[in-house]
Write a protein that binds this ligand. Structure first.
Ligand SMILES: Cc1cc2nc3c(=O)[nH]c(=O)nc-3n(C[C@H](O)[C@H](O)[C@H](O)COP(=O)(O)OP(=O)(O)OC[C@H]3O[C@@H](n4cnc5c(N)ncnc54)[C@H](O)[C@@H]3O)c2cc1C
Length: 330
């Protein structure tokens, strides 16, 4: 095989973090390869490995600015695809401690896209970049290292349908596999010790359903958001989104979760600080079944506190791509 001197970054996981990472790495590496176990190209629905795709995905103002900086013009492209917009303070009806807050435009753009819609646009723009490619329907099995385990040299993957395992050689590997990341296990197996974890029990439960409305509770607003408070630890985001639909995610904490049977869900919503949500639902057409997602605890992994890390782990000590030019290739 001819000697290969191109640099390559491999990104494990092709969801939001993986796509943003690939976009950034495309400026510094000759090739960027994104691996995901789902089918991701052309997908416009919630994916199996991304169950949060069925729930609300509020993009805050700083997120919108970061997205626009990385993909100039993307915000307008998303609006042109039928995503409603407004001002996060001027057009969002917030209730705190059960009291409706006065609205005032703050110049903060709200992109009221469903999660699959947002991901679809970010993915399209990322995969349009010439030196980024994708390997979908491949499960990441592990990472490969030099014999002394001092440097990460790539990742082991296998088609989800079964078949031969492959090694993807890389100068840099980014783990963007989300909450199920195996990096703590891999580091421990390689002798780097245990990653410190911080967690808090929250017992948070979400239930989401989409509707076609038959009346207008918004009166020019974009979203109605009663926020949970100590007195009423139940809240919701009831927002106009793409496809002419409205999306309702209701939530409760410490085990006080919205039920997923239709009547139970309506009864939960009736307790919220914004009575107009329940009134609108009584005349609305549900477009799907209520679906649940539970977060028993929060989890923060403190990688920055590890005393040693492999050479190609993401850190300020990571050598620049130019200094890691490699002769390794799969
Ligand atoms: C119910 C819910 C509601 C949320 N609401 C909001 C919100 O309103 N606003 C907000 O900003 N954030 C919200 N979040 C958080 C947000 O969804 C996550 O922070 C974000 O999805 C993380 O992106 P990610 O790319 O790191 O991981 P993920 O989106 O979880 O993606 C991980 C990717 O890795 C792939 N993968 C995993 N393991 C493997 C493997 N072994 N092999 C190959 N591929 C693999 C998966 O297929 C997937 O594509 C919410 C989360 C949840 C659960």
């Amino acid at each position: 095989m001819a000697e290969e001197t191109k640099t390559r970054a491999v990104v494990l996981g092709g969801s939001l973090a993986g796509l943003f990472a690939a976009r950034v790495l495309s400026d510094a590496y000759d090739e960027v390869l994104v691996v995901d176990r789902d089918t991701i190209v052309g997908v416009a629905e919630a994916r199996r490995s991304c169950p949060q795709g069925k729930h609300i995905n509020g993009l805050l103002a700083r997120g919108q600015l970061a997205m626009e900086e990385m993909y100039p013009g993307i915000t307008e492209e998303i609006f042109a695809d039928g995503v409603p917009t407004g001002d996060l303070c001027g057009n969002v009806r917030w209730y705190f401690n059960g009291v409706r807050i006065q609205q005032q435009a703050a110049g903060l753009t709200c992109v009221s896209a469903s999660r699959p819609m947002l991901e679809k646009h970010i993915r399209r723009r990322t995969l349009d970049i010439a030196n980024i490619s994708v390997l979908e329907r491949h499960a990441v099995l592990g990472i490969t290292t030099t014999a002394d385990k001092g440097t990460i040299t790539g990742a082991r993957v296998q088609p989800v349908e079964g078949g031969e395992e492959k090694v993807l050689d890389a100068d840099l590997v980014i783990d963007a596999t989300g909450r199920g990341s195996r990096t703590p296990v891999w580091l421990e197996e390689l002798g780097y010790g245990t990653v410190e974890e911080e967690s808090k029990k929250v017992g948070l439960g979400y239930v989401t359903q989409h509707y076609r409305l038959k009346c207008d509770p918004y009166h020019g607003d974009l979203s109605i958001n009663p926020v949970a408070s100590p007195e009423l630890p139940r809240g919701a985001i009831f927002t106009k989104t793409d496809g002419g639909r409205v999306e309702l995610t209701a939530y409760g904490i410490l085990g006080d979760h919205p039920p997923t049977d239709q009547q139970g869900f309506y009864d939960f919503v009736k307790m919220l600080a914004a009575p107009e949500i329940h009134e609108a639902l009584m005349q609305a057409e549900p477009l799907d079944e209520p679906v649940a997602f539970r977060f028993p605890t929060t989890l923060r992994r403190r990688y920055e506190r590890m005393t040693k890390l492999p050479a190609a782990c993401w850190s300020s000590a990571t050598p620049s791509p130019a200094s890691t030019r490699s002769t390794r290739r799969a």
